[in-house]
Design a protein around this ligand. Structure first.
Ligand code: HEM
Length: 92
């Protein structure tokens, strides 16, 4: 499985875990004298959601950057002219 698919699947299942912890915390609020750590329970999956979510957000930009870089390096002389899209004709 590719890295992106793995992160997407993890994000999906952590989202379910997060939802369950929110429900548990909401039920705990209704109880008499609930354990204080129950309120912080959703924070653990939320941190994981933030990390995997940001990774999913950045992934398309990172892969298009890698593709453009690979295409630029495949063209002979592209590195020598830089990556500004300047051709010998237009640079005169
Ligand atoms: C904490 C910050 C979060 C960030 C930065 C984030 C970011 C993202 C991104 C970038 C995607 C991919 C969207 C796309 O397809 O282009 C995504 C998908 C998704 N997110 Fe989040 N997310 C966050 C929190 C959450 C939370 C709190 C939930 C639900 C409890 C959630 C549930 C989902 C689900 C179900 C998907 C679809 C995954 C799939 O492809 O099956 N996310 N998120």
């Amino acid at each position: 499985m590719s890295w992106n698919k793995w992160v997407r699947r993890s994000h999906r299942w952590i989202a379910i875990t997060f939802t369950v912890t929110v429900v548990v915390a909401l039920v705990a609020v209704g109880q008499q004298d609930p354990a204080p750590w129950l309120y912080y329970l959703p924070l653990a999956p939320l941190v994981l959601l933030l990390a995997t979510g940001l990774s999913l957000f950045v992934q398309p930009y990172a892969s298009s950057w890698r593709r453009r870089r690979a295409a630029g390096e495949a063209r002979p002389g592209a590195r020598a002219r830089g990556h500004q899209g300047i051709t010998p004709a237009s640079s005169k």
